[in-house]
Ligand binder design. Structure first.
Ligand SMILES: [Fe+2]
Length: 255
């Protein structure tokens, strides 16, 4: 590491069996770009596959078999915890049971990843138990710069659909983050378009999908979640001790 810490956030890859390999090609393109930029860590923030199917996880595992840097995953609403565990046996940072939440302490920025999916539901929920886990995890290292990752945006984006299927009871998440000033970034996905928000003192970056981009529905009567021709991509979060984080959108061709 050159004094810079580079975290490649790749989200909503939606690997599927019936798209002629398009989602896998997009994912591989993102990984190739992350390699070219010498990313230190790769973090996949959920919706790894499209339909929770085992063959989709098999295709995903194949695509990430030779990552350019240590690669970590979080589940999204299209994922299945049991299949993630079964298909990623070498990912021993993942707890053997329950929520797939974890802490990575070995990097210049501490990474706290929180699983807040609800099996069978599109929205997310931070349970009281997970909020307590997050609070304790953050309290353990109050001085080290910390990034918190989750799948669902923890703030309203004002989109008519995604505000209905976002993180339910986001106030609980906000109350936890507000107690930990060392949280300098929160990152998430789910919305399939890049957005920036705020939770307490922490900026929140919503990564786009590598597969497709949703347009916005801001007014009643507008089409909900239209797939647009906007550019899919991923986020490169660059950090230095002096400068903190800068988050860069990295575009992909195709999609
Ligand atoms: Fe998604």
């Amino acid at each position: 590491m050159s004094g810079k810490f580079l975290l490649a956030q790749i989200s909503d890859t939606h690997v599927r069996a019936d798209d002629g390999g398009a989602a896998v090609r997009q994912l591989k393109q993102a990984l190739a770009q992350a390699r070219a930029y010498q990313a230190d860590v790769i973090l996949l923030t959920g919706d790894l596959v499209n339909d929770e199917r085992d063959e989709e996880y098999a295709a995903l595992i194949d695509a990430i078999a030779d990552p350019p840097a240590p690669l970590y995953v979080l589940p999204g609403n299209h994922d299945d915890r049991a299949r993630i565990r079964a298909r990623l046996p070498g990912h021993d940072y993942l707890p053997r049971e329950g929520f797939l939440s974890y802490v990575l302490d070995q990097f210049p920025v501490r990474i706290v990843a929180i699983d807040q999916i609800v099996p069978g539901e599109t929205y997310g929920v931070l349970t009281e138990a997970q909020a307590h886990w997050l609070d304790r995890a953050l309290a353990a290292e109050p001085e080290k710069p910390t990034l918190v990752a989750l799948h669902h945006p923890p703030f309203p984006t004002h989109d008519l659909l995604f505000d209905q299927i976002g993180l339910v009871d986001a106030d609980l998440f906000k109350s936890v983050i507000s107690r930990h000033r060392q949280v300098t970034r929160v990152i998430c996905g789910h919305h399939h378009r890049m957005a920036v928000g705020q939770v307490a003192h922490a900026p929140v970056i919503v990564a786009p999908s590598t597969s497709w981009v949703y347009g916005l529905a801001l007014h009643p009567g507008q089409e909900i979640a239209p797939i647009t021709a906007e550019q899919p991509g991923w986020m490169l979060h660059a950090w230095t001790q002096q400068g903190g984080f800068a988050s860069h959108f990295m575009g992909l061709s195709g999609g």
